[in-house]
Design a protein around this ligand. Structure first.
Ligand code: CO
Length: 498
C-alpha cells in the first residue's frame, strides 16, 4: 500500500452507490461472540471499545435530513482471552422512545431534519431531539453517551440499557450542556498528577458563554470556570496542554429566522465568513483562570483537533482544517453529496506565541483526513505519532477509505487503504501493556465493507499499519459512526457460550 502515497490518480477510489449503502438504518440490536475472524486477535488486548453514532437514518420510513440527526446507537466490542464479544443498543432517549411508539417522526433535528408537512408543521417548534449520538466515555464509574447540546445519557455498561439523563452528581444544572469531546489529561496538575477529565460546554448567542469543567477519576468536580467571548461561537472540540485550554472560534454567524419560521434546521442557519479571521482563545486551566488571550489566525473551519502542547514560549495546536464550511443544498440529499466540490480536511499546525500574540500556521498533511487519534499518554504533550482516517488518493476529496499513520518527527507516512469497497471511521489507539515506544500499541478501526454490506472491526499493530493483524467480520452493518473510546477498567463478563 505504501506506493499509493506518491501516486496521483484522477480515477475515483469509490463508487457513490457503495458509499450510500453504509447509511442504511440498523434497527436491530445484537449480542454475540464474533466468530468470523481473519488473522488473530492479540491475546493481551483486554477491555472494551465503545462506539457511538447514528443507528437510524430514517424514522419509520421518513428519511432524516442529515446523519448528525440520527438516533444514537452504541456498539461495544469486549476483548477477552483473544476473543471478542459484540453488543449494540440504541440510547433510549425520551424522544427515541416517543418516536418508536408513535411510529412516525415527531421532532425537528438540529442539522435540518424537519417534521413532514413543510414549514407549517415546523414553525416555532423549537423542541429539538436529544439524540445522544456523538461520543461515549466511561468515567467516574459511569458510562455516558454524549451529545453536545444537552446533558449526557447514562447507560449500564453490562447491558447497555439506558438509565437516563445524568447531571454528573449535580455538577450540571437543568438546561446545561456537556460537550461530546472531553479530554483525559493523563497527569493533571489539579489532581496531583493523576488523570482528570477536562470538558467544556457552550451557550452560544450574541456573545458566547464557555464553561470549563475538570473532574477527578471518581467524577468529582475539581474545578469549573466560565468565560464570555464576543460573538456567536460554534465550537465542537477543544485542545488542552498542562496549563491551558485552547478553543478555535470559527468565523461564523447565526441567523435564527429560517429556523424559527420552520424552513431550516438550527444547524443550517450557520453562515461561514471566508474573509474573517479565526479567533484562538487560550484559557488558563489554573486559578484564577483570568487573562484569557485571544489570538487571530486565517479563516478556516475546524471540527476536530489532533493535539496541543507547550513548547518553550509557544503553544502548538494541530487541527483538521477546512477552507470553508460545507453546507448541504436544501434540495439535495446528503447521500448525493459531490465530494469533488467539498473542501478537504487538512492537518495544519498552529504555533501560538502568547507574548507577541502572533500565530503562524503550516500544513502538515494535505491529503483529506478526519478523526485523529493519538497515544492517550500524550494528550497535551509533545507527541510524535498520529493515527487518522484518510482518503485513498492523496489529492482529490472522497469519503474516508484508509488509515494513515503520521510520524511528526520524520514526516514518514504509512497507509492502509480499504478502497474501493471499504469505508473507514475513527481509529482508536490503545497502548500495549509495558509499551516500549509511543506507537507500541493497537489501532482499532470500524470499517463498512460495501461488498458484503457488513462492518468489520480491523486491528492493526501501531508500529506498522501497512497490514492488519486481524479483521473481525460482524454479521451485519453498522451505519457510519462518529466517536468512541477504549476502557480497560470495566468488569463486564461476556457470556462463556455462544
Ligand atoms: Co466530533
Amino acid at each position: 500500500m505504501t506506493q499509493l502515497l506518491n501516486q496521483e490518480t484522477s480515477s475515483r477510489s469509490y463508487s457513490l452507490k457503495d458509499w450510500q449503502k453504509g447509511y442504511e438504518s440498523q434497527p436491530h440490536e445484537h449480542s454475540y461472540w464474533i466468530d468470523e475472524i481473519e488473522g488473530e486477535i492479540p491475546s493481551q488486548l483486554e477491555g472494551t471499545l465503545f462506539r457511538n453514532g447514528p443507528g437510524l437514518l430514517d424514522i419509520h420510513g421518513t428519511p432524516i435530513r442529515h446523519p448528525f440527526d440520527g438516533d444514537g446507537m452504541i456498539c461495544a466490542f469486549t476483548f477477552k482471552n483473544g476473543r471478542c464479544y459484540f453488543r449494540n443498543r440504541f440510547v433510549r432517549t425520551e424522544e427515541y422512545i416517543a418516536e418508536q411508539k408513535a411510529g412516525k417522526m415527531l421532532y425537528r433535528g438540529v442539522f435540518g431534519t424537519q417534521k413532514p408537512g413543510g414549514w407549517l408543521a415546523n414553525i416555532f417548534d423549537l423542541k429539538m431531539k436529544n439524540i445522544a449520538n456523538t461520543n461515549i466515555i466511561y468515567w467516574g464509574g459511569k458510562l455516558l453517551a454524549l451529545w453536545e447540546a444537552a446533558q449526557p445519557y447514562r447507560l449500564d455498561p453490562d447491558t447497555l440499557e439506558t438509565i437516563g439523563l445524568d447531571n454528573l452528581d449535580r455538577i450540571l444544572q437543568p438546561g446545561d450542556t456537556f460537550s461530546a469531546h472531553p479530554l483525559i489529561d493523563p497527569h493533571s496538575q489539579l489532581n496531583n498528577g493523576r488523570p482528570s477529565l477536562v470538558n467544556f460546554a457552550i451557550k452560544p448567542g450574541i456573545s458566547t458563554n464557555i464553561s470549563v469543567y475538570e473532574l477527578d477519576e471518581k467524577g468529582k468536580l475539581l474545578t469549573s470556570h466560565e468565560h464570555i467571548v464576543p460573538g456567536f461561537a460554534f465550537i465542537h472540540d477543544f485542545a488542552i496542554t498542562p496549563n491551558y485550554c485552547i478553543f478555535l472560534q470559527n468565523p461564523v454567524s447565526y441567523n435564527p429566522f429560517p429556523y424559527l419560521f420552520g424552513f431550516k434546521g438550527a444547524g443550517e442557519c450557520v453562515n461561514f465568513y471566508q474573509d474573517k479571521p479565526t479567533n484562538i482563545l487560550v484559557i488558563p486551566r489554573k486559578p484564577p483562570y483570568k487573562n484569557m488571550k485571544v489570538l487571530q489566525a486565517e479563516a478556516g473551519f475546524i471540527f476536530h483537533h489532533a493535539n496541543a502542547f507547550e513548547d518553550d514560549n509557544q503553544i502548538i495546536v494541530d487541527s483538521i482544517c477546512y477552507q470553508s464550511l460545507s453546507q448541504i443544498n436544501p434540495d439535495t440529499s446528503y447521500k448525493e453529496i459531490d465530494f469533488d466540490k467539498l473542501a478537504p480536511g487538512q492537518l495544519r499546525r498552529f504555533s501560538l506565541n502568547l507574548e507577541q500574540e502572533k500565530v503562524s500556521t503550516k500544513m502538515i498533511e494535505s491529503r483529506s483526513c478526519e478523526f485523529p487519534s493519538i497515544n492517550p499518554e500524550k494528550v497535551g504533550r509533545n507527541y510524535r505519532y498520529l493515527f487518522i482516517g484518510a482518503t485513498h488518493n492523496d489529492t482529490s476529496n472522497a469519503p474516508l477509505q484508509a488509515l494513515l499513520k503520521l510520524d511528526l518527527h520524520t514526516g514518514e507516512r504509512q497507509l492502509h487503504s480499504f478502497a474501493p469497497k471499504g469505508f473507514a471511521g475513527e481509529p482508536i489507539f490503545i497502548p500495549k501493556p509495558n509499551a516500549q515506544s509511543e506507537d507500541d500499541g493497537w489501532v482499532l478501526v470500524l470499517i463498512y465493507d460495501s461488498s458484503y454490506h457488513r462492518s468489520d472491526l480491523v486491528i492493526f499493530d501501531g508500529v506498522n499499519i501497512t497490514n492488519p493483524l486481524a479483521k473481525l467480520h460482524l454479521k451485519h452493518h453498522i451505519p457510519y459512526g462518529l466517536h468512541g473510546s477504549w476502557t480497560n477498567g470495566l468488569p463486564f463478563e461476556p457470556p462463556l457460550d455462544k
